[in-house]
Design a protein around this ligand. Structure first.
Ligand SMILES: CCCCCCCCCCCC(=O)SCCNC(=O)CCNC(=O)[C@H](O)C(C)(C)COP(=O)(O)OP(=O)(O)OC[C@H]1O[C@@H](n2cnc3c(N)ncnc32)[C@H](O)[C@@H]1OP(=O)(O)O
Length: 164
């Protein structure tokens, strides 16, 4: 039964995931989140805002996320997509986690160049929420796409995951 106790830190964290108005920026998942946390020196520092029933972010990968010379690491691009998807949950009002993530890399993503990320969600089926996203360059060309399945969980998932 002890494992089912909701830790107040986790409960407070989860309660912070609320919708914002169209065009407004969301708060980060946490200060230290590697995708969007401002306090993480190694992170992407994604700044994500609502776009209708979807989310979007302008983003520039930098030298910290180098793969081939001058090119963003594919893992960093996948991280951007995964973290972006995490903002759709604010709009859905669900706690959920990534069960699978598929990224298609259509063209190299350059470092120190501005890109636009955009994500949308489909309809929830059971505990599954399908999500999809695109990454476009400054010429509005799609250079990467992603699809994922998020699975709805409750706060106990995070309490257990954190070993609290
Ligand atoms: C705002 C909050 C922000 C919170 C998050 C804030 C940070 C966001 C950061 C970005 C997101 C992340 O990195 S999240 C962190 C990375 N992900 C994780 O750590 C997840 C680790 N995996 C797990 O803990 C587990 O596998 C779960 C919870 C995902 C699922 O386990 P489970 O609870 O036992 O559920 P299970 O029965 O296996 O499956 C549940 C449902 O999913 C379906 N399902 C299972 N596998 C698949 C699959 N590959 N493709 C499609 N559907 C699948 C099943 O048919 C079932 O559907 P149905 O019959 O029920 O319909």
């Amino acid at each position: 039964m002890g494992q089912q106790t909701v830790d107040p830190v986790i409960a407070g964290w989860a309660a912070g995931f609320r919708p914002v108005r169209d065009g407004e920026y969301f708060p980060p998942h946490s200060p230290g989140c590697v995708g969007c946390g401002p306090a993480n020196p190694h992170g992407l520092h994604l700044a994500v805002r609502r776009h209708g029933e979807g989310v979007q972010a302008e983003h520039t990968f930098d030298d910290r996320h180098t793969g081939a010379p001058g090119v963003a690491h594919g893992g960093a691009v996948a991280m951007a997509f995964d973290d972006l998807f995490g903002f759709l949950l604010y709009l859905l009002g669900e706690l959920a986690v990534t069960r699978d993530l598929r990224v298609s890399y259509l063209a190299p993503v350059r470092l120190n160049a501005a890109y636009m990320l955009r994500a949308d969600h489909g309809a929830r089926v059971g505990r599954r929420i399908p999500v999809s996203a695109e990454l476009r360059n400054h010429d509005n060309v799609v250079v990467a796409t992603a699809e994922a399945t998020f699975v709805v969980v409750d706060t106990h998932h995070f309490t257990r995951a954190a070993g609290r």
